[in-house]
Every structure is written in C-alpha cells, then in structure tokens.
Ligand binder design. Structure first.
Ligand SMILES: Nc1ncnc2c1ncn2[C@@H]1O[C@H](COP(=O)(O)OP(=O)(O)OP(=O)(O)O)[C@@H](O)[C@H]1O
Ligand SMILES: [Mg+2]
Length: 458
C-alpha cells in the first residue's frame, strides 16, 4: 500500500462516510504527519511529538466509522480500543497499557503474515521435496534424505540416489503437481501446539502480565510435543509448507521491526473516551474511571510499556480519542488528560439531507444492502427517490421527537419498513417490489404518529 495524501485519505473516507469534513481532514493530516515524521532527519524526528486528536460528536454520526475506515487506509500500526473496557491498575480487568501490547501483537501478526506470504513459493518448493520423501517407498539411499533441512535433502538426493529412483521421484513429482495423489494419505509428524489455547483463555481474562509468565512456564513444563497424524496429501502439503515457512521467517527480526514501527508510527484510537469521565462528586464505580484516566496519562505522554517481546516506548504513538460527550463535557476529563489532546474536532449532527445521502451514496449504503439481500430471494426491490426522501424526513422527525441517535435511526426505520417483505420474500409471487412514499407511509405512519410507539419500536 502506498502512502496516501491527505486529500486522497479524505476521498477514501468519503466513499463510506457522508459529511464530517473537518473530522476527516484532521485525521487525514494526522495520518500524513505519521509518514512525514519518518522522512525527517533523526535528531529532529525525536523532537516531533504527535498532536493527539479528540473527536467530539453526538451518537451515531460516524466517529467509530471514521476510525474503522481509517484503519484500513493506513500502513501505520493501528489499533482501536474502547476506553470503557479498561479498569484502573489494581482492579480486575484490563489495564490501559494492554492497548500498547495489543498494538504490538497485531503488528507482529500482520508482519509475520506478510513475511510468510513472501516466502510462500520457496516454502512450497521445500515442502514438495519433503512430501516426495514421504511418498517414496522407504528404501535405499533416498530415505537418508529425510532430514530436517530440505536444502540439504536436495543435495543428498542428487549425490546419493540412484538414477532410477531419481526419475521415479520426478514422475512422482509431476503426479503430485497434477493433483493425482490428492486422495492418498501420508503419515506426518507435526509439532503439537498444545497449551496455546489454555494460555489464550488466561490472557483474555485480562491477565496479560500473568499470561506472559504462564506462557514461559508452560513452555518449560510441557516439552514441545510432536504429533503423528494421517493427512491427505493436499493438507499435508499445507502443513509442511507452513512449517517450512516458519523456518524461513526470522521472527526476531520481525519483532524488532514491529517494535520500531509501533514506537515510531503507531496509532491508537480510543473510542468512547467520555465513558471514563466520572460524573460530578459521585462515588463507587466512577472512582475507578478516574483512575483509568490517570493511568492513561503516562501512556499518552510517553512511557515504557513492558511487553513479552520487550519494552515499547509510547512517546511517539499517536492517540485519537472520540466520544459523544452527551452527559459530560470534554472539560470533565481530568485536566492533565485534556491537555494531552490538543486538537479538538467536532462532528456535526446529521439531518435530513445527510440521511438521504447516507441511505444511498456510501459503498455500503443501506439501500444497497437491502437490495442485495432481497436479490438472493429473487426479489428486485426498488426505492423511489421520493421514498428515500420520506425515510430521511421521518428519521429526522423521530430523532428530534425522541432520542437523537443519528444515522443509527435509519437502521431501525429501514428494518421496520421492510420487515414484511423480508419475511415474505421467499413466498412472494411478484418479482418486483417498489418502495414509494405510499409504501413508506402505510408501514411507518402509525408508529411515527404515536410518540409512545416510536419510543419503543424505532
Ligand atoms: N456520516 C455518516 N455517513 C455514513 N454513515 C454513517 C454516518 N454516521 C453514522 N453512520 C452510520 O451509522 C452507524 C453508527 O455510526 P458510528 O458507529 O460511527 O457512530 P458513533 O459516532 O461512533 O456513535 P457513538 O457515539 O454512539 O459511538 C454506522 O453503521 C454508520 O455506518
Ligand atoms: Mg462509536
């Protein structure tokens, strides 16, 4: 992926998110600055601290959506977390530092997958040699070639094998490549990765720190088991290729590189940051929320987080926070934290005009979604322009009269509107359903005109 210009980032975001231009611009600039910083000479680079952003806007106007789309556009390590998931250090739950650990973990996984992809061809060729070793009748010098290092295998084969067996080998190879051996089984010894899942359960409970120790401990307790399995040839090829690729990839280098990337270009998106604001003078769970804010300070400011791959500095990680700030204000965050998010961007509340566009324009627009869904049952559903206008108008109306839940209102309205056809689609005699203003009115009018009903149903 190439590095996108800010204008290109905005164009990409425009494909999914309507309006919110200012928010798109600031995240685009922040993203570009990640890359710019990399191009600056080293001495100065260390001086350039990221300018953290806080996105503020009512619920359902696209804050999380921007983060989601952004993560797909950037080459920088990107991780989105929910602030409400964290608990203060000392309490049971996830501590805030785990977000850095997860970012690193994700980066490593991605880089590893990329490296695996790069050595795929080579690993496949090596696996093929090993497969041929397995398939050939175990006799004569050929068998000596069954060594863990496939490079060596080849050499040994060439020197030691008799010419006949060599040609047999080639015949077998061509059969293998043509898939003629796909139904045959081979015995395969593969390293048993038992113990892994158990560790996973522990770390899911939020005990990463313990998880680290457990992993090391368990690794020592249970010797690396080798499991013997009977596999069909294609599956065995995959397993062998995987094993070979693992040997070809230099994990140490990947980890080192990943740590560097996280430290220099990492982005962490903290969603729902308003959920860790303690309401004035309250006690109980709120106390711990403020603790989370305090725990966040050093991470945002720059500290060293211990991970199982080594220490990670957070000085240059960019933090983008977002929150609806419905009942609380950004100024209710503890002052130190406010100061660490110098860029504030407000997202606009959405109205009728935006709803019309949201219904039809994005690549994943609701109208397109429902059209595609019903198509599978052989129904062509057509939304007239006037009907879309009407749905948008109703969404705005319900939003003002009851709770403003932004674009999410469109989801509830559409679901209600199409409930009937979604249920009956497989049995409908006609192939074409036209949604016009009348259709909308008959299905939604009663609910909308009664405030109580709309509170419960929409
Ligand atoms: N500006 C927009 N353009 C297109 N779709 C939107 C827009 N705003 C919201 N949506 C749609 O509405 C839904 C909710 O949006 P999103 O999750 O981004 O809300 P949010 O701003 O994060 O709200 P909350 O504060 O409740 O988390 C998403 O499915 C998204 O597709
Ligand atoms: Mg959200």
């Amino acid at each position: 992926m190439k590095t996108l210009k800010p204008s290109e980032i905005v164009t990409e975001l425009d494909k999914y998110i309507i309006g919110q231009h200012q928010a798109k611009r600031s995240v685009a600039v922040a993203l570009r600055n990640r890359w710019r910083r990399q191009q600056v000479p080293a001495e100065l680079r260390n001086e350039i601290a990221p300018k953290n952003i806080i996105l503020i806007g009512p619920t359902g106007v696209g804050k999380t959506e921007i983060a989601r789309r952004l993560s797909m556009l950037t080459e920088s390590p990107f991780h989105k977390v929910e602030a409400s998931k964290f608990t203060e250090v000392g309490y049971v739950g996830r501590d805030v530092e785990s977000m850095v650990r997860e970012l690193l973990e994700m980066t490593i996984t991605l880089d590893k997958a990329r490296e695996h992809e790069a050595v795929k061809e080579k690993a496949r060729r090596m696996a093929e040699e090993r497969m041929l070793d397995l398939l050939l009748p175990k006799s004569g010098p050929v068998q000596a070639g069954r060594s863990p290092d496939p490079g060596e295998t080849q050499i040994e084969l060439v020197t030691a094998a008799a010419p006949e067996s060599l040609s047999t080998r080639e015949k077998l190879r061509s059969l293998l490549r043509q898939g003629k051996l796909d139904q045959r089984y081979v015995d395969l010894e593969i390293p048993d990765r038992g113990g892994g899942p158990m560790v996973e359960i522990f770390s899911n409970a939020g005990m990463e720190e313990m998880g680290i120790n457990f992993k090391d401990m368990l690794g020592g307790l249970f010797p690396k088991g080798i499991k013997r399995r009977k596999l069909k040839v294609p599956e065995a090829m995959d397993a062998l290729a995987h094993e070979e690729a693992q040997g070809l990839v230099d994990m140490e280098k990947i980890v080192k590189h990943a740590i560097e990337k996280v430290e220099q270009a990492g982005i962490i998106f903290i969603d729902e940051i308003d959920k860790i604001v303690a309401k004035n003078g309250s006690h109980g769970p709120d106390v711990s929320r403020e603790g989370v804010q305090r725990d966040l300070l050093p991470v945002v400011e720059g500290c060293t987080v211990a991970t199982k791959h080594g220490p990670v500095r957070t000085d240059h990680i960019l933090f983008v926070a977002s929150g609806a700030f419905h009942t609380v204000k950004p100024s209710d965050l503890i002052p130190e934290l406010q100061g660490r998010f110098p860029i504030r961007v407000e997202l606009d509340a959405l109205g009728r005009a935006e709803f019309v566009r949201i219904l039809t324009e994005p690549k994943n627009a609701l109208v397109l979604q429902y059209t595609a869904l019903l198509k599978t049952d052989g129904i062509d559903i057509v939304f007239s322009k006037e009907a879309v206008d009407e749905i948008a108008r109703l969404a705005e109306e319900v939003n003002t009269r009851t709770e403003n839940i932004g674009a999410r209102r469109l989801h509830t309205l559409m679901e209600r509107l199409l409930e009937e056809v979604l249920f009956d689609a497989p049995d409908l005699p006609e192939q074409r359903v036209v949604v016009d203003p009348r259709y909308v009115e008959t299905r939604l009018k009663d609910i909308i005109s009664s405030e109580d009903l709309s509170r419960f149903i929409l």
